[in-house]
Ligand binder design. Structure first.
Ligand SMILES: C[S@@+](CC[C@H](N)C(=O)[O-])C[C@H]1O[C@@H](n2cnc3c(N)ncnc32)[C@H](O)[C@@H]1O
Length: 284
């Protein structure tokens, strides 16, 4: 049983460090996810863990607690339509703009979890590459969770994960079966660079992207945190760039820095000043 002061304290800690807004009545989430952390650090129970967090906890302990509370649910080609839009239209348009500027296309997958999303993007890049007229595509995948990033870098998936969203042709083309599971081929892995990034922290000053995927992470944040993340993302989009949100996410009522891109599936956003470029784009 978690006391009310403990619940309030941990909820505030999570919101401050990772953006996660627990809200009332989610004690069961702490009860199901934190006992292994308490055991690892030698605390007898959750109350002892919370006492340690109140005193001067090591940054490592705080990170582990926040990490354990993140939801890493993901799958290959999640919701399918955004990936079709990327393949049929948005990647080619970004490549045209990048080529004109003599630079590569830069894609950021901002909450990449265990890798299925950035590798879905990488498989599309692999397919579309012959039509990019030599323009390189760089994919940066980031996440708050070190555990999720480690799994993403390993790029080995079990039967259940492989069956979720991955077309069989791509399974045959890009994976080999090993004793550990289905291992993604090196050429696709090499297309993705990983970095640990907390979306609450300022983004590196040099960052500029043509396409940002920030899907199914803002749902865990309150409105002010969503706004802060989206406004900062809008600032690092290249002219004409776009941002992909999750199927249930929208910028409506959150920020005016990004709006739905006309002629595109919901979840594809652009800056208002780039609306004209999207109005003339063909529907995905
Ligand atoms: C539900 S998964 C979504 C994965 C993928 N984008 C998708 O749509 O399938 C949410 C991811 O966001 C990450 N996350 C949560 N809070 C974060 C933060 N403050 N900064 C960066 N990543 C965060 C979690 O670690 C988790 O991997």
């Amino acid at each position: 049983m978690i006391s009310e002061p403990d619940y309030t304290f941990v909820s505030e800690l999570l919101k401050k460090r990772s953006g996660l807004t627990l809200g009332p009545g989610k004690e069961y989430l702490l009860e199901s996810r934190l006992p292994p952390i308490a055991a690892t650090y030698g605390y007898a129970d959750l109350a002892a863990l919370f006492t340690a967090l109140r005193r001067a906890p090591s940054p490592e302990l705080v990170k582990h607690v926040c990490d354990a509370m993140t939801t890493n649910e993901t799958l290959f080609f999640r919701d399918s339509k955004p990936f079709l839009a990327l393949e049929n239209d948005l990647l080619l348009a970004a490549a045209d703009r990048a080529r004109a500027g003599g630079r590569p296309v830069r894609i950021w997958c901002a909450a990449s979890s265990t890798g299925q999303e950035p590798y879905s993007i990488a498989m599309i890049v692999d397919k579309v590459e012959p039509r990019l007229n030599g323009t390189r595509v760089e994919i940066l995948a980031t996440d708050f969770s070190a555990a999720a990033l480690a799994r993403a870098k390993a790029a080995v998936y079990n039967q259940f994960e492989i069956q979720r969203g991955l077309p069989v042709q791509l399974l045959v083309k890009h994976f080999k079966q090993t004793a550990q599971g289905f291992e993604l081929n090196q050429n696709i892995r090499d297309r993705v660079k990983y970095q640990e990034i907390n979306l609450l922290d300022p983004f590196p000053v040099s960052w500029q992207f043509d396409i940002i995927f920030c899907r199914n992470v803002l749902i865990y944040f309150d409105v002010e945190t969503k706004r802060s993340v989206l406004d900062r993302m809008a600032k690092i989009l290249q002219p004409g760039g776009c941002l992909f949100l999750g199927g249930t996410e929208s910028t409506l009522g959150v920020t005016e820095a990004l709006v739905r891109a006309p002629s595109h599936v919901s979840g594809v956003c652009c800056r208002p000043r780039d609306l004209e470029m999207y109005s003339s784009a063909k529907a995905a």
